[in-house]
Design a protein around this ligand. Sequence first.
Ligand code: DSN
Length: 427
Amino acid sequence: MNDIERILSIVRNQNKWRRFECLNLVASENVMSPLAERVYLSDFMSRYNEHNAESHYQGTKYAMEIERVVKELFSRRFGTSKVEIRPLSGGIANLIVYRSILKPGDTFISPKLTAGGHVSSTRYGVAGVLSLSEVPMFFDHEEMTIDVDKTIELINNVKPKLIMFGRSVILFPEPIKEIREAIDPKIKIIYDAAHVFGLIWGRKFQDPFAEGADIVTTSTHKTFPGPQGGAIIARDDLDDKTWRKIEFTTFPGVVYNHHIHRFPALGITALEMLEFGEKYAEQVIRNARTLAETLFDYGFNVLCPHKEFTASHQVLLDVRELGGGRKIAEKLEENNIIVTKIALPWDSDKDATGNPSGIRIGVQEMTRWGMKEEEMKYIGELFHEALNENKSVRDKVIEFRKDFREIKYCFEVEKYEDYLDGLLGGF
Ligand code: DSN
């Protein structure tokens, strides 16, 4: 096999394995719709468009237009003109917001890493890079939510300029409203919605702006099933000075070439989510609860049985008694079941990359492949056979996936064949 064939075969192997032969249950991943994938590959992938009000490049009339159209779609959903879609990831969106509001040495309050806080909001990530000092919110291990009373007391003592909500391990909505009402209105509330953005878009989780958040940062590829990237959305009445700072920190501060080729796919995904988002989000949550209940009935230590296990796309299992998160995630991978090991609140930061207590399961992708409650029950059975009975279920998984090869909650590509034929035809 020569080097070209080697590269082509790696891509073919990836496509065959992860797309059609696995149960993809990583809570931070998803698949784009066929139409979004078709428009992802275009001439935009080769172009630059550095701009604030005006582009500093020539040849950018369509690049400016597509960015404007996608921003309008986000504005339509969130009722604000303050939308920034150039950040290349959720972490970079966080970097931009932190840098726009805080100075090196400033303190802010965020969820700790092992309570699901994103690494960008900790000393190991962006916050550390910017020399910010993070103070962790208090967390209630039993309820798997932020401890409101203790956190209010903390905020009132520390008096930060900014607090950050939102987590990578998130079963239940954040207590934005309770905390907003009890703290200095000048403190900016940011919500890193990356994990639950699709559920928020589909109006089935929480409404951060109605509850008092000033700014939402997000990625665009987790429960929101778009191309990989980031975004910042602020409430319309956020002061213009802060918003301008965010725009200028984006460019020329942090993001130069913002990878324009993402935008057509982001626009198609936004339209699909406007049309199908509510049904999709509802099914995601129903599926997560069904899977959690099934696993619980098979004897797994699923977190929060007293709260119907979850209100998001995630299910959390404490697998310490089975050997720990790393061991279980690896064993599941041998069976083509892909999850992530995850630190739970009682773990140390070091455990997060070692052998933490938990595994995190996300059902959003398999929901898009058309799975519903019945399929979740079968997935629970496969976990039981693989982990409790130590049987190989790899062949069963491959067989099971054969019936789920078409993405739902999206537009039909066939309707747009005339446009799509001509898309790259002139190359
Ligand atoms: N850390 C990723 C996750 O939640 O899987 C997101 O950046």
